[in-house]
Design a protein around this ligand. Structure first.
Ligand code: C5P
Length: 224
């Protein structure tokens, strides 16, 4: 037996990280941002000069991979790979543009899914990603599919980039990038982005962050 697990999946830019982090803190659960793991590996692939689309070039980098997540001060998650702190670097537009290519490889999914499952053995965590409810923790006590329209997600991504000090492309361009990443994530063969049958769908257009967090708390109290 283990403590409960909450799975939060959904497309890019739905605000998953912000609300999941706050929800985790409020409920005393460990926060696991699995996208950060795919991003960190992508950062490493690019740094090694390997082709992100080439599984045979990426696979050797999975041997001796030292990918670590740890809790930072404000409840944020610090990420390091092979000794490099990449907490900030993994949010760059370059990593964002390539991550879906790396995440599509079966060998990559196998390695990172195994690490995520090991981290969840005792439960007591909320994991956020694309395939948590379907592949990583199919027995999660609560599964939520968090989404919003592409236009709304593009607006949120723009705010996020601005806050992090990156250049902000026009909204139409951001929306196209988000749609492309969703398409790549949904159409891959291994563990594609899709709503688990037993997931609760939460469409967050027009909802304040606080209201989304409260909706998660209510669902947890009702169902777990
Ligand atoms: O959530 P975030 O935008 O940081 O995820 C970055 C990318 O990592 C996604 O677009 C997807 O390609 C990949 N990912 C995944 N499975 C997860 C989490 C993220 O394939 N569970």
């Amino acid at each position: 037996s283990r403590l409960p697990i909450v799975a939060i999946d959904g497309p890019a830019g739905a605000g998953k990280s912000t609300v999941t982090r706050a929800f985790a803190r409020q409920m005393g659960l460990v926060y696991l941002d699995t996208g950060a793991m795919y991003r960190a590996l992508t950062w490493w692939v690019l740094r090694q000069g390997a082709d992100p689309a080439d599984a045979a070039a990426v696979e050797p980098l999975l041997l001796d991979l030292d990918l670590q997540l740890s809790a930072g001060g404000a409840g944020e998650q610090l990420v390091s790979i092979n000794g490099f702190d990449v907490t900030e670097a993994i949010r760059s537009p370059e990593v964002t543009a390539q991550v879906s290519l790396v995440a599509a490889h079966g060998c990559v999914r196998q390695a990172l899914t195994a690490q995520q499952q090991a981290m969840g053995l005792k439960g007591g965590l909320v994991a956020e990603g694309r395939d948590i409810g379907t592949a990583v923790f199919p027995d999660a006590e609560l599964k939520v599919f968090l989404t919003a329209t592409a236009a709304e997600r593009a607006r949120r991504r723009a705010q996020d980039l601005e806050r992090r000090g990156f250049e902000v492309p026009p909204l139409a361009e951001l929306e196209a990038q988000i749609a492309a990443r969703d398409h790549q994530d949904s159409s891959r063969e291994v563990a594609p982005l899709c709503q688990a049958e037993d997931a609760v769908e939460l469409v967050t257009d027009g909802m304040a962050i606080k209201a989304v967090i409260q909706a998660l708390v209510d669902l947890f109290r009702e169902r777990v």
